[in-house]
Every structure is written in C-alpha cells, then in structure tokens.
Design a protein around this ligand. Structure first.
Ligand code: CP
Length: 307
C-alpha cells in the first residue's frame, strides 16, 4: 500500500506516468466514468479548503466512486479531543482511500502510520501540499510541453507557503531548472529548503525583493498569497500582505509566452485585470487539479486504465 505525503514519494518516472494518465483522462473523460465503481474516498479536512477538498470529491465522483468526510475539525470528533491516529483507524473501516488536510506539519505522516488505507496529504501546515504540486506540474507540462529548462519565479510568502516548498522539492529533479525567489526579507524560503533542497541539488537560484526586475527572465511566475492564518502577529501580516500585486503594468514586462500560476485562493496579489490576459493560467490550473487527482486516486487504488 502506498501513500502520497510528499512529492518525493514518487520517482520522476512515476510522476511522468501519473501526469500522462491525467492527460489521458482530460482527453477521454467518459472512458473513466466507472473505473472506481464501489470505491469510497474520505475527505478529512481539519482546515478550510475550497479547491482541494472539492476537486478530490469531484475526481472520485467522476471515476464512479463515492465520497464521505468532514470539512472542519469542529464538525468531527477532533472537537472532543480525538487524535489523528484514532480518527484514521476509524476511517479505515469506512473508506478505501483518504485525503487529509491538517494545520500541523507531519499530521498526514502520523495518519499514514496508523492507516490501513492509502493516505493523501492534502496540506499539512506550512510543510507540504503534494497534490497541489502534481496540479502545478501537469499545468506547466500541458502549457509549455516540458518540465525542464525553464526559469520559475516564486513570489510572495515563500516562508510559510507549503505549495512553494512542495513545488521546489519536485522541480529540482528536472534538468536545467532555475529559480528566482521573490519575497520580502521576512518571508524568504526557510533555510532547510535553501540548503537541503536547492544547494544540495546544485540548482541555480537567486533571492530578490523586486518583482519588476525579475519579470523579463521568467518562463513561469508562481504567485502566492501572504497567508494571514500562518502569522502570530497581525501587525506583521498587515505590513506584508500587499507587498506584491501583479497587474497589467507588470505583465508588460514579461515574456509573451510566460505563464502566471497561483494555487489560489488569491486575495490582492493578482489584480483581476490580469485574469483576461492569455498568460493567466490559474483557473486552467484548477481544472488540471481534478484530472491529476483522478489519476492519483486510480494509481493509489491500483485501478487499471480502461482499454
Ligand atoms: N490550492 C488550495 O489548496 O486551495 P484550497 O485551500 O481552496 O484547497
């Protein structure tokens, strides 16, 4: 039995297979309508979510399976003090696979150790968000035709942003990837990402404060939200929340074939005037998130691709 806790749980070859399956699903959706008949997905969300929870549910329903779960800690027995370990042991009796989001780093790992069904990490605190990364990889590969030889700008909250940490972890395994890390000093990537991931893999990167100066060299711009829920001090959040706002003027500085991604939700960091720019790919990204989660559910449940 396999889990998906971290993008590195799958080799590059396995990720490529999964993305190819997701692309096949995109182009032949009706063929997959019954491959998970009789299977159940549990969504255990201790933290708010729109896209991740609903895209998992949409994915399982599109595969012919069914879904059950909770969407907040308050509506589960966590409110009575139940541990994640006990919850997953109970859920293992009800479902065939579980997707779990939790505010504490490492919680999905703890769940996987007590689970008798595959566990998918749907975001654990500021740590990892591997299915967002699979979504990002599928989006980049579908739009550009490659996952190598590109300059990726990561902008915003690079300290607490689990989508950024997961994406860096995944992309360093592809050849000729360069990163421009665009953040205020207080929200730079954690040192373990800098040392243990970027430097350890000899990946070229630079850390800058200025988005305008970085724009012309980027093939992908990955914008992120400054996350109010990760700050201990509201004053710091208010000071930093609007540090980068992507607008039409900034888009004029970018390559014609650069794409803007964002895991969403956005607050102010991308002006809505950018939405109509053909390079704005963040709502396409949402759609790719369903196909890639369908492919992941099939892979972890060892469901055969239809003939
Ligand atoms: N991208 C993402 O994780 O969005 P939600 O918080 O809405 O699930």
């Amino acid at each position: 039995m396999r889990h998906m806790l971290n993008p590195l749980d799958f080799s590059v070859e396995e990720i490529d297979q999964l993305l190819s399956l997701a692309s096949d699903i995109e182009h032949n959706l009706p063929q997959y309508a019954h491959v998970c008949d009789g299977k159940k997905l549990a969504t255990l969300f201790y933290e708010p979510s729109t896209r991740t929870r609903l895209s998992f549910e949409s994915a399982m329903l599109s595969l012919g399976g069914s879904v059950l779960g909770f969407s907040s800690a308050d509506s589960s027995s966590a409110a009575k003090g139940e541990s994640v370990s006990d919850t997953i042991r109970a859920i293992s009796c009800y479902a065939d696979i579980a997707a779990m989001r939790h505010p504490k780093e490492g919680s999905a790992l703890v769940a996987s150790q007590m689970s008798s069904i595959p566990v998918i990490n749907a975001g654990d605190g500021g740590h990892q968000h591997p299915t967002q990364t699979l979504t990002d990889l599928l989006t980049i590969r579908s739009l550009t035709g490659r996952l190598n030889n590109m300059t990726i700008g990561l902008c915003g909250d690079l300290k607490f942003g689990r989508t950024v940490h997961s994406l860096i972890n995944a992309m360093v395994r592809y050849p000729d990837i360069r990163f421009v890390l665009i953040a205020p000093d207080e929200l730079r990537v954690p040192s373990y990402i800098r040392e243990d991931v970027l430097n350890a893999n000899h990946v070229r990167f630079k850390e800058v404060n200025n988005l305008d100066e970085a724009m012309p060299e980027l093939d992908i711009l990955y914008m992120t939200r400054v996350q109010k829920e990760r700050f201990f001090n509201e004053e710091d959040y208010i000071r930093l929340k609007d540090c980068y706002i992507l607008d039409k003027k900034k888009m004029k500085l970018a390559k014609e074939n650069m794409y803007v991604l964002h895991p969403l939700p956005r607050v102010n960091e991308i002006s809505t005037e950018v939405d109509s720019d053909p390079r704005a790919a963040y709502f396409k990204q949402v759609q790719y998130g369903v196909y890639v989660r369908m492919a992941l559910i099939m892979t972890l449940l060892e469901v055969e691709k239809p003939c």
